[in-house]
Structure formats: C-alpha cells, structure tokens
Write a protein that binds this ligand. Structure first.
Ligand code: UD1
Length: 356
C-alpha cells in the first residue's frame, strides 16, 4: 500500500523549530513533501536551523522572502498552488501565523485539499497584527485544528469552530525536550560572549508594531538602557534596519549581536536572569525554562504564562519595564500548560486516523 502524502509548509524561523518534531513523527507512516517559502532567507535565519535541527533539505524552495505582506502572500500562494497541483497531496500541514501559513492555507483550501493547522486557536484579539489576521483566516478554513492549550480550544468555540478540533499540546514543548540537552552540549555562546549564568538580560524585538514605530522602538531602547545590567540583544534584520534608519542609538550596557541559532537561543534563554521580548515562542520557552519574562507588548496569545505568574505584560512603558525588572521575581509553580511532550506523535496519529 502506498503511503499517504502530507505537504508541510514552512518559511519563518519558528516554523522550522515546530516542524522538526512533526517531520520526525510523520516519517514512519507518511510521505512528507516539505515546501520552504523562503520567507526567511538569511543563513542565520534559515539554513542554520535546518542544520541544527537535523532537518532534511526542503523538497521545494520558493525563495520568496521580502516585499509587503500582500506581495509575499500572493507570490507564495501562486508558488504553493503550482506544487499542490503536481504533488496532489492528501493533506496540507501549516504552522503558526505567518504569511507562509496563510498562503499555504489558502492554496490548500482553494484546491480542495484538506488543511491541518498546527498551533490553531491562538488569539491576541488585536487585528492590527498581521499574525492575528493570518491565524484567524487559517483556522476558519482548516479541517483539522491542532490546539496547544485549553484557551485555544475556547477561542475557537467562541468563533463557532468545534469540528476537527484537537488539544494535542504544543509542538514547541516537544522541540524543547528534544533540543535542550543538545544545545547545552553543543552551544558555546556563553563562552564566546563571556557570560555567566543569571548575570545578564536577554532581549529580542521583531514585531512590526514595535520595530516600525520609532517612538515604541525608542521607548524599548530607553528601557533596556535603564536596566542596571548587561543586555544581550540578538537583532532581527528588520529591527537592525529600523534602528539604523531612525538614527536610534544604543548604550554601552546593550550588546547588539547577529540573530542566533536555535541552540544558542536556548542556552542564552536558560541562563538569563530575565527575558524581555515581543516573541511568542520565547514567552513559552521562558516559562518552560523557569526564567521570568517581560513581554514588550500590550497583549499576548499565551495568556496562561501570565496567569501562572511567570510572564508580565508591560508594553513599551520604560517605567513599567524597569520596575518589573527590579522588583518582580516569580518563583511559583509552573504547571504543565503545554502538554506532555508528545504533541507531534498525537498529530501524526490523528492524521493517520483521518487519511490512512
Ligand atoms: C515573521 C512573521 C512573524 C514571526 C517571525 C519570526 C509574518 C507576518 N510575520 O516576521 O509572525 O514571529 O517571522 O521571526 O509572517 N528579512 C531579512 N532576512 C531574513 C528574513 C527577513 O533581511 O532572513 C527582512 C525582510 O526582508 C523584511 C523583514 O526582515 O524586510 C521582515 O521579514 P518578514 O519575513 O516580512 O517578517 P518577520 O518580521 O520576520
């Protein structure tokens, strides 16, 4: 009997991390065809992840990074549709909330290929974020919705989506369990940067709402400057460009470095005194690693990390950021919010039940 075919679509950094455990699980019972849209294309944002995560090279690389949201999404949709019509898969699998996610979802739905969404049901309830639009639209055209949390299931139910919904846990937790020991063994980033455990803060900023608004970016840099500690700041290409163009300056306690590999990111996070970020993935990784997280946004999709007391939403108010950094030291329980580390196998079993 020939194996059923799943087309998986990735394009941006966090999607490589999420897809790796799912690809490993799929290998036993499916033929997987991997499409990389090229949304992230720098070596340090793409190839290095494939190498560290031991992913096989994509079957198709569309090379479609850059451009406006519309240009990116439109070109990806055309490229993915062509591949779907030649591969004729039994199912398309998309991850998260990027433009690659939405274009893959549209290509599948418009060509009557069943669509499965990993990390379904997340909501920030802020439609000004392209990610929120991408995830809402993707959820509404998916036939299988793999949710990481109870909150995600409830969000979908509020929008009338109850069929095909499965709470499987978070594939990023699977990924963390797989990668953390390897990262500790292989990453040399602490030595390279001369860092000691618990003596520095780690900051990342890449959301358009922050990077593309000079007032918000200035407020974030002011806050980082005011922390009485060294700050390691791996800088996304978008953020570097915006800092340069708006003539903002950094202070001596803030060390700007190139984007780091996933293993280096895990080690930098695990050993930080505090993480300051607008990334969704890092809010979860901070929680899972037991490191306090200050989120440089007004809202989050990962509400349970805030409810559990390990994540604080400060927006970009320098006073709030500084006061949280100085006075807030969570130490409470960290319940298992993100499943049992077997989300990828569960996804694979559900797909097998549906398509085999
Ligand atoms: C995208 C996702 C975001 C996700 C993030 C992960 C969307 C709408 N946003 O944001 O949800 O959290 O990825 O990192 O899909 N660039 C480079 N080199 C690269 C990649 C990007 O120079 O390797 C530049 C692009 O040309 C562009 C800017 O960075 O000017 C932004 O890249 P883009 O892919 O549009 O979105 P991200 O901000 O990375």
């Amino acid at each position: 009997m020939s194996l059923k075919t799943v087309v998986s679509i990735v394009g941006a950094r966090p999607q490589f991390i999420k897809a790796a455990p799912v690809s490993r699980a799929l290998a036993a019972s499916f033929r997987e065809v991997l499409i990389h849209t090229g949304q992230h294309y720098d070596h340090g944002m793409s190839e290095i992840f494939f190498r560290e995560l031991e992913m096989r090279p994509p079957d198709f690389h569309l090379g479609l990074g850059g451009g406006t949201h519309g240009e990116q999404t439109g070109k990806m949709l055309i490229g993915i549709e062509r591949i779907l019509s030649s591969v004729r898969p039994d199912c398309v699998l998309v991850y998260g909330d990027t433009n690659s996610t939405l274009s893959g979802a549209l290509a599948a739905a418009q060509n009557q290929v069943p669509l499965a969404h990993v990390e379904a049901g997340l909501r920030s309830y802020n439609r000004a974020m392209p990610e929120e639009v991408n995830r809402v639209l993707t959820d509404h055209i998916s036939s299988l919705l793999f949710c990481p949390t109870d909150a995600a299931i409830e969000n979908l139910a509020r929008e009338g989506i109850t069929r095909g919904v499965h709470r499987v846990g978070d594939v990023m937790y699977d990924a963390l369990l797989h990668n953390l020991a390897l990262a500790r063994e292989r990453s040399t980033i602490l030595n390279t940067l001369g860092l000691e455990q618990g003596t520095y803060a780690l900051a990342t900023v890449h959301r358009a709402a922050n990077t593309d608004d000079p007032a918000r970016m200035r407020a974030i840099l002011t806050a980082l400057r005011s922390l009485g500690t060294g700050v390691i700041f791996p800088v996304h290409p978008r953020t570097r460009k915006m800092i340069r163009e708006s003539g903002l300056s950094l202070s001596r306690n803030v060390m700007m470095i190139e984007p780091v590999s996933h293993f280096d990111a895990l080690v930098l996070q695990e050993n930080a005194d505090c993480i300051l970020t607008d990334s969704g993935g890092m809010q979860k990784e901070a929680y899972l690693l037991g490191v306090r997280c200050i989120t440089l946004r007004e809202e989050t999709e990962w509400v349970e990390t805030v409810q559990a007391g390990w994540n604080k939403l400060t927006g970009v108010d320098a006073g709030l950021i500084r006061s949280a950094f100085d006075t807030w030291h969570p130490s409470g329980e960290r319940p298992a919010l993100y499943g049992n580390g077997h989300a990828a196998q569960e996804i694979c079993q559900i797909l097998s039940g549906e398509f085999s």
